[in-house]
Design a protein around this ligand. Structure first.
Ligand code: SME
Length: 162
């Protein structure tokens, strides 16, 4: 199976999961984290942070993997905080080479963060940690962009009151 076919199957699975849990954003996000972590060997931790624009912080709303103490991250801090400000994907092949990085676990080697937009505004992000060095490619970015777009379409403004 090509990775493109694999990706579209995962997106179909996500659509099915979201239509089952259409009324509960929380359940949808949690199901998404678990599914992605299960389907991809290099996804060791998957989580969603959402922005609180008043306090300029990100808050962890759903995750799959080891619990983290970093449930709240100021804009600008770490990889996640930088994405809150830049509105761009941030792929980190080797976290040891990043100065502005918040370590959640010593086993993490790399990270990929992709913003989630609602009506053109960066309201949150999906964060993937991997215990492998340099495992991510543009295919991961495409998958996570599609996943964030699907969440935005499915849950819309309820994402703003998480
Ligand atoms: N490493 C992230 C913090 C979140 S944890 O990966 C769960 C960062 O530097 O923003």
């Amino acid at each position: 199976m090509s990775s493109k076919t694999g990706q579209s199957l995962v997106l179909k699975e996500l659509e099915a999961l979201f239509s089952e849990s259409k009324s509960s954003v929380q359940q949808g996000l949690e199901a998404c984290c678990s599914l992605l972590r299960e389907r991809y060997d290099h996804y060791d931790w998957v989580g969603f942070y959402f922005a609180d624009f008043k306090s300029k912080t990100l808050h962890l709303k759903a995750f799959s993997g080891q619990p983290t103490e970093h449930t709240s991250i100021p804009f600008g801090k770490g990889i996640c905080g930088q994405v809150a400000v830049s509105n761009q994907n941030f792929m980190v092949p080797d976290v040891q080479e990043q100065e502005n990085y918040i370590a959640c676990s010593i086993s993490v080697r790399s990270e990929l963060v992709v913003p989630l937009f609602f009506k053109g505004e960066n309201i949150g992000q999906i964060d993937i940690d991997s215990n492998q060095k340099d495992p991510f490619s543009s295919e991961d970015e495409q998958l996570l962009e599609a996943c964030c777009a699907l969440i935005s379409e499915t849950y819309g403004s309820s994402l703003l009151s998480l």
